[in-house]
Design a protein around this ligand. Structure first.
Ligand code: AGP
Length: 614
């Protein structure tokens, strides 16, 4: 996720764009930039770092101009540095663009443009897009709006873009697919932004572009909306916004955590976008493709991580051993780094970290590298320390995770690790082409199945109200869902401060069942796939001791529904993909219980979003 801002009107653009970018920093903050047209030329400043750094950098340029665009970046292609920051010029210097999204086929377009003499200063997909627009404008001899339209019909991916031409400085062309874009409509002025926070103080009249729509925003004219595909006229739907600034930053949700829980369908899709090619029966991951022999010849895979990322690693252990038949061991990074582990150059170490800055995980990587292991990083922050320290890696594309309690990071980590395991299973031949294709097709249905799981939110709120005063809770799961039980317990602990423990369901009889009484809520993951009958008998053991049972079941379940005090349904999917769905109700349960207990959901006591110290 990035933040884009544009302005065209009667005021100075600079202060409006800078303040707008500051309000959008929650969408990304690894670099920022601004481009202004002062009537003669485009003046552009951009820098790694935050908008505050940009304000300093912009002291070196003219800040004049009543048209401009600005960008605060969450890197997906190209590490955070000055040249990869937006805005980007076209080769001629006539066009300048800002972009939020991912152009999946940018490499093939870049190759073609290089053949036609284009040069590139950055590693970004965005610089390719602005030069594609320039090439179309030149070869088709069309205006900017038409050039943008023709170019966008050649790209695959997601975008919210704003682009202007210094030879036609009375208009900004915008387009949207998959990433948000709003146009604020003022008195003889227009604002462009990822959400309304940059312009809500100036106007509450806004048009939100729909997917595959573009607009030419021209001073003194009505907004002209077009369908990108066929140039059909679309009619602007002007909304009168009632939200305040804080509500807008949280996307209308009460907390960042809830917003991020609901972002998971989009985040999972963005994470496999460009990597999962189900029709061609392919998984394309550069970090793996270029190091395949390391994985194929590995004696084992060691996974190191902390907290929620460690739980994602446990899910990966089941997936890798079940599908790819590669031995895996999962270690707490904090333990691994100090226990003098046996590591050889035949080991592959996978480090999982949302922030990419967790001190214990970083230390574990360094230890493994010293002993010759190949290190593969799975991070959410491009250019983070762990990403840079790893030999190779694959980013999750969850976008910034602001809530301290990790949610979309967990499901996108599992998505990346599933793609990795599938790719290795195919290469090792432990998966037939048919199985592989079926799996990829099912994986593509997960975002919509997560949407379906989120529909239980009202029921989950009711259940949360029943158990919000509990002092202890148990979470049980088997197989792939044992790590989900651990994750559900961690979520509840860290934001509601209720003591909770996760256990393999079968472990009950080895001690924990002594805890069961009518005051003990037990959250049981009892989906149809994976030892269902065994979980049913665990539930019966608990019921006979008057435990309260809240079960996560596969939709249409009858047997557990008969036994449990409450059931929450999730759609059916493959056993190894159930964690992506069963974790959703547990995230929502912990969220609602914490809110009902008056806890600070986004910044729980004693916790930090990134543990950069031991
Ligand atoms: C999870 O909800 C916690 N915020 C915490 O356990 C977190 O997962 C852990 O600190 C690891 O962080 P990382 O993924 O950034 O390395």
């Amino acid at each position: 996720m990035c933040g884009i801002v544009g302005y065209i009107g009667h005021r100075d653009a600079f202060p409006i764009i800078i303040k707008g970018l500051q309000r959008l920093e929650y969408r990304g903050y690894d670099s920022a930039g601004i481009a202004l047209f002062d009537g003669t030329s485009i003046n552009l400043a951009k820098t790694k770092g935050k908008v505050e750094d940009l304000k300093n950098k912009a002291k070196n340029i003219s800040q004049e101009g009543k048209i401009g665009i600005g960008h605060t970046r969450w890197a997906t292609h190209g590490i955070p540095n000055d040249v990869n920051s937006h805005p980007h010029y076209s080769n001629s210097g006539d066009l300048v663009i800002i972009h939020n999204g991912i152009i999946e086929n940018y490499e093939s377009i870049k190759k073609e443009l290089i053949k036609r003499g284009y040069t590139f200063t950055s590693d970004t997909d965005t610089e390719v897009l602005v030069n594609l627009i320039e090439e179309v404008k030149k070869t088709e001899d069309v205006k900017l709006g038409q050039a943008v339209q023709i170019a966008l019909n050649q790209v695959v991916g997601a975008y919210a873009i704003a682009v202007f031409d210094r030879n036609k400085p009375d208009e900004i062309v915008v387009a949207k697919l998959g990433s948000p874009l709003a146009i604020g409509i003022g008195e003889n002025e227009f604002f462009i932004a990822s959400d309304a926070s940059p312009f809500i103080e100036f106007t509450n009249n806004a048009v939100y572009l729909e997917d595959e729509e573009m607009a030419i925003v021209r001073l003194g004219k009505e907004i002209k909306l077009r369908k990108i595909k066929n140039d059909a006229v679309a009619y602007p739907r002007i909304m009168e916004l009632q939200m305040n600034l804080e509500e807008i930053e949280k996307g209308g949700y009460d907390h960042f955590m809830l917003k991020e829980i609901y972002e998971q369908p989009r985040a999972i899709k963005d994470t496999y976008r460009g990597r999962l090619l189900a029709e061609q029966g392919l998984i394309r991951m550069a970090g793996i493709d270029q190091n395949l022999e390391k994985f194929m010849n590995a004696n084992r895979i060691i996974i190191v991580a902390c907290g929620t990322s460690w739980h994602a690693g446990l899910v990966a252990e089941y997936i890798f051993e079940d599908l790819a038949r590669i031995p895996v061991e999962v270690e707490y990074a904090s333990e691994f780094r100090y226990r003098n582990p046996v590591i050889t150059d035949k080991d592959v170490l996978i480090a999982i970290s949302q922030s990419g800055e967790t001190a214990d995980t970083l230390a574990a990587i360094k230890l493994a590298k010293e002993k010759g292991a190949f290190v593969f990083g799975v991070c959410n922050v491009v250019g983070s320390s762990i990403a840079r320290e790893s030999h190779a890696g694959a980013y999750t594309h969850a976008g910034p995770e602001i809530g301290v309690a990790s949610t979309k990071a967990f499901t996108t980590q599992i998505t990346v690790l599933t793609l990795l395991a599938l790719k290795l299973a195919k290469e090792k031949g432990t998966f037939s082409q048919t199985q592989f294709h079926e799996f990829l097709t099912e994986l593509e249905t997960i975002p919509s199945k997560v949407e379906k799981a989120l529909e239980s939110n009202p029921l989950i709120e009711i259940i949360s109200d029943v158990y919000k005063e509990s002092t202890n809770c148990l979470y049980l799961g088997r197989g792939y869902n044992f790590p989900v039980a651990l994750e559900g317990a961690l979520k509840l602990k860290e934001i509601s401060y209720i003591h909770a423990e996760g256990y393999p369901a079968a472990e009950m009889k080895h001690g924990p069942i002594a805890l069961i009484d009518d005051q003990m809520p037990v959250f049981v993951i009892a989906t149809k796939k994976g030892h269902y009958e065994k979980v049913v008998s665990n539930i019966q053991e608990i019921k006979s001791r008057k435990g309260k049972i809240i079960a996560i079941v596969t939709e249409g379940d009858e047997q557990v529904t008969e036994l449990a005090d409450h059931v929450i349904e999730v759609p059916e999917t493959l056993e190894s993909l159930t964690p992506l769905l069963t974790t959703i109700p547990l995230q929502l349960l912990s969220y609602h219980i914490a809110v009902m207990r008056g806890c600070n959901v986004d910044q729980p006591r004693n916790l930090a979003k990134s543990v950069t110290v031991e």
